[in-house]
Ligand binder design. Structure first.
Ligand code: GLY
Length: 257
């Protein structure tokens, strides 16, 4: 599958599940002084999560152009050091505004990964926020992931915030083990390692709070869902190449002469 086909399949999959396809918004957020660049698919929906704006749909899907070159989500320092980071990328995301929550997001995520893009189940690992027993149970009991492949991690890895302030919540990530030949080569390498072997593909955020400038968390009017998956990463894995830069989305730019 080409990168363009993967994007199309993602949008179509969620359209069939009654999500509205929403265009990527500008890289410069139109009315958000807290961000210099759009750093995630949820940015254009911030006010919907906060309950300040109503739309005529409760489910959305997008492929959002993002830049992570500063602020809370800054990939600049690792560009060139990993095979999976670049400051500009496209983020595939599905969103629920007070509609489905953890169970729906996990079921859709698993079905898309294993049923549509055919990721090998045995290579997938899951992380959940350290005390999120509900997400752990859904993965373990409903989806059937063995307990030893569901790893509980802390705030740094499994609690997502768009910036210093704004919507946030615990999250659950789908990682792929790309095998011993990729990454640091350490026998201790695991899903917590920063190398390319256990690569995060998809982040499912269970949006539950708004963080204010004093760091205080207030519950959102409705628990919601925000997910983010890098199109270039997914394309590299589907196309069985070792780096995002070798995917068909980026390689033609690099080899252009
Ligand atoms: N908003 C989810 C993510 O950026 O991972």
């Amino acid at each position: 599958m080409t990168g363009h086909e993967i994007r199309r399949r993602f949008l179509d999959y969620f359209k069939e599940k009654e999500h509205r396809i929403v265009k990527s918004s500008s890289l410069i957020p139109s009315s958000d002084p807290t961000l210099l660049f759009t750093n995630a698919g949820m940015v254009q929906f911030k006010d919907v999560f906060l309950g300040n704006e109503k739309r005529d749909y409760k489910r959305a899907v997008s492929s959002q152009k993002c830049v992570r070159a500063g602020g809370k989500h800054n990939d600049l320092e690792v560009v060139g050091r990993t095979a999976r980071h670049h400051t500009f990328f496209e983020m595939l995301g599905n969103f629920s505004f007070g509609d489905y929550f953890k169970e729906g997001a996990i079921e859709y995520g698993w079905e898309f990964m294993t049923g549509i893009v055919k990721m090998p189940e045995e290579k997938l690992w899951i992380t959940v926020y350290k005390d999120d027993d509900e997400a752990f149970r859904i993965w373990n009991e409903k989806i059937g992931i063995p307990a030893d492949k569901i790893v509980r991690l802390g705030e740094k890895d499994n609690f997502w915030s768009m910036g210093d302030t704004g919507p946030c919540g615990p999250c659950s990530e789908i990682h792929i083990d790309q095998g011993e030949g990729i990454g640091c080569g350490s026998p201790e390498c695991n899903v917590e390692c920063d190398c390319d072997r256990f690569m995060e593909l998809w982040n499912l955020v269970f949006m539950q709070y708004n963080r204010d400038s004093k760091g205080i968390l207030t519950p959102l009017p409705n628990p919601s869902i925000d997910t983010g998956m890098g199109l270039e990463r997914l394309s590299a894995v589907v196309q069985k190449v070792k780096s995002n830069y070798e995917s068909d989305l980026l390689k033609p730019i690099i080899t252009y002469s």
